[in-house]
Design a protein around this ligand. Structure first.
Ligand SMILES: Cc1cc2nc3c(=O)[nH]c(=O)nc-3n(C[C@H](O)[C@H](O)[C@H](O)COP(=O)(O)OP(=O)(O)OC[C@H]3O[C@@H](n4cnc5c(N)ncnc54)[C@H](O)[C@@H]3O)c2cc1C
Ligand SMILES: *[C@@H]1O[C@H](CO)[C@@H](O)[C@H](O)[C@H]1NC(C)=O
Ligand SMILES: *[C@@H]1O[C@H](CO)[C@@H](O)[C@H](O)[C@H]1NC(C)=O
Ligand SMILES: *[C@@H]1O[C@H](CO)[C@@H](O)[C@H](O)[C@H]1NC(C)=O
Length: 500
């Protein structure tokens, strides 16, 4: 349970301080941190660019700061703080470190795991880091970590350029990029981490530094996928690429058409070689019925014939497919419809979407849809996200912490359950765990070599061992962690934690 692991993280952090005491003489720190006192200390130490909000403050500051897409990822923080400068982030981190106060860092608030970007201590919300600056000479964009991808596309697309970012509306730049980033453009340019040229990082001792492959290759490697383990990122520089109009959107299908969708999906996943083409096939269970939400994407105004014909020939319930701006395609997905529901994600690394494995996934949708409806489940879904065989070749295991194995094109199946009642949390966590492990066992039984394949941390349930995400890259990450955050201040925040 996340609360237990947060408690453990604090104990570990405290025991580290006591261990360090033998050699260094640390600043004395209260056994039980007083978060209210910490909030007051932050409020009196930061510049006027930053602001602290209390649950009782007037206005929406506190409410916005603790808000998450999945309400199960929201907690009532003692206070929230919106830092306005990197220097203030440094001041805040030093206070959090010296007091041992639990805290959270939030970008777009789309964490699917409870406690990963929320806390009962100090909630840091990055909203004020909200600039997008396009540099035509270097073909890069500097992007503030308080933004969602919609904001980034709104600035860049009218300039005829784009970045490899989120595929649906509302998702944050920060957590997405720091975890990996599977984009509509990944077949052409790689994961988002493979397109990062610099991070502006605030380390836990308050140092503000720009990290690049040449300034600090180990730290750059660790930040490409390593989440919030190394400090707070205030700015991300991404490579830009030309972007014109695109084609695609959403089609929904009812239960009768599922066999045709299965065939079209299997054929697309195994047969399409045009890197501008991508799909997400979502099998879902909604209002007692299975169905499909089908997203189609082509990076150009008109797809060549043949690529999507099978999908377009299936009788549909609704169809919103057209030539459009990139941002319009991103906003055509219904992913924000379940905003405010409780939720949990999990994932399975898949090598091949065979017809037999797709049947297993459809059966899981119906089986768990039926079961979980009894426990306030509203929307039970499984996303098939095929990419082309070369899509991991744009980076390497020595330049990015995630994924730790690029020898095969592992595909992250996304399991997502939305539900209403907090009393059902454990039921949904157990189901998401059991279903993922069943699908993995079926893939292995088919002969897919995924037993030790990496799990995608931005989809993986909180109980996933950190070694399942980072594999053989974990040791190098730990060495970086010990160097840049020796007192494990970032261990006071939730998330997948890299041991020192
Ligand atoms: C509707 C939806 C669609 C999605 N679609 C995709 C997709 O197409 N491709 C894909 O790869 N993933 C996708 N995801 C997963 C997504 O990548 C993760 O949810 C990601 O964590 C979201 O980032 P965020 O900034 O919104 O999250 P947050 O909840 O704000 O943060 C997530 C993690 O990042 C850390 N973090 C946030 N900001 C900072 C910072 N400035 N410095 C250091 N650490 C920070 C947090 O502490 C937390 O651990 C999707 C998720 C949802 C809910
Ligand atoms: C925590 O700090 C606040 C503000 O300084 C103080 O009012 C409160 O009494 C403290 N609580 C405890 C339990 O010490
Ligand atoms: C998603 O829905 C929530 C809750 O209804 C809303 O506050 C938020 O603005 C929506 N986000 C987007 C990007 O539309
Ligand atoms: C459907 O899924 C359930 C749960 O994983 C499993 O027990 C059952 O054997 C599956 N049925 C078929 C026909 O695959």
């Amino acid at each position: 349970m996340p609360t237990v692991s947060l408690g453990l993280a604090i104990l570990v952090a405290l025991s580290r301080v006591f261990l360090a005491a033998a050699s260094i003489v640390p600043a004395p720190r209260a056994l039980v941190p007083n978060a209210t006192a910490t909030c007051l200390q932050i409020a009196s130490s930061v510049s006027s660019a930053s602001e602290v909000f209390w649950p009782t403050s007037l206005g929406l500051g506190y409410t916005n700061d603790i808000y998450h897409w999945a309400s199960s990822s929201t907690q009532l923080a003692t206070c929230s703080v919106e830092p306005g400068t990197a220097a203030d982030v440094g001041v805040i981190l030093q206070i959090l470190g010296s007091t041992g106060t639990p805290f959270a860092v939030k970008g777009g608030g789309h964490a699917s795991n409870p406690g990963f970007s929320s806390t009962t201590g100090v909630q840091i919300a990055m909203y004020r880091f909200s600039e997008v600056t396009y540099n035509a000479e270097t073909s890069t964009a500097d992007i503030g970590t308080g933004l969602i991808w919609d904001d980034v596309y709104a600035v860049l697309n009218p300039l005829g350029v784009n970045v490899a970012g989120g595929r649906v509306t509302g998702v944050g730049v920060a957590g997405f990029t720091l975890g990996g980033g599977y984009s509509w453009l990944s077949n052409q340019y790689g994961l988002t981490v493979d397109t990062v040229t610099a991070f502006e990082l605030v380390e836990t001792d308050g140092t503000v530094t720009t990290v690049t492959d040449s300034s600090d290759p180990d730290l750059m490697f660790a930040l490409r996928g390593g989440g919030n383990n190394f400090g707070i990122v205030t700015k991300i520089t991404l490579k830009t690429v030309p972007q014109g109009q695109v084609w695609g959107g959403l089609i929904t299908f009812t239960e009768n058409e599922i066999p045709s969708v299965n065939t079209a999906t299997a054929n697309f996943a195994s047969g399409v070689t045009d890197p501008k083409a991508a799909i997400i096939t979502t099998y879902n269970f909604l209002l007692g019925q299975p169905g499909v939400s089908q997203l189609l994407f082509y990076d150009g105004p008109t797809p060549p014939s043949g690529i999507f014909d099978e999908f377009l020939a299936i009788p549909y319930l609704t169809m919103d497919v057209s030539t459009r701006d990139f941002i319009s395609l991103v906003q055509s997905s219904p992913s924000n419809a379940t905003a405010g529901e409780r939720g949990i994600f999990n994932t399975v690394p898949i090598l091949e979407y065979t017809p037999a494995l797709i049947d297993v996934i459809v059966n899981e949708t119906v089986y768990w849809g039926t079961q979980l409806s009894l426990s306030t489940g509203d929307f039970i879904s499984y996303d098939i996200e095929p990419f082309q065989p070369s899509f991991l070749s744009f980076g390497s295991t020595s330049t990015a912490a995630y994924p730790p194995d690029r020898s095969q094109p592992y595909l992250p199946l996304n399991i997502y359950y939305a539900y209403a009642s907090a009393l059902s949390d454990q039921t949904f966590w157990d189901a998401a765990t059991e279903s993922a492990s069943y699908i993995k066992s079926q893939a292995i039984a088919e002969g897919q070599n995924v037993a030790n394949a990496p799990s995608y941390g931005n989809y993986a349930i909180f109980s996933t061992p950190v070694s399942d995400i980072y594999g053989g890259n974990l040791a190098r990450m730990s060495a970086v962690k010990a160097r840049v955050d020796p007192n494990n201040v970032m261990g006071q925040a939730g998330g997948f934690k890299v041991p020192e």
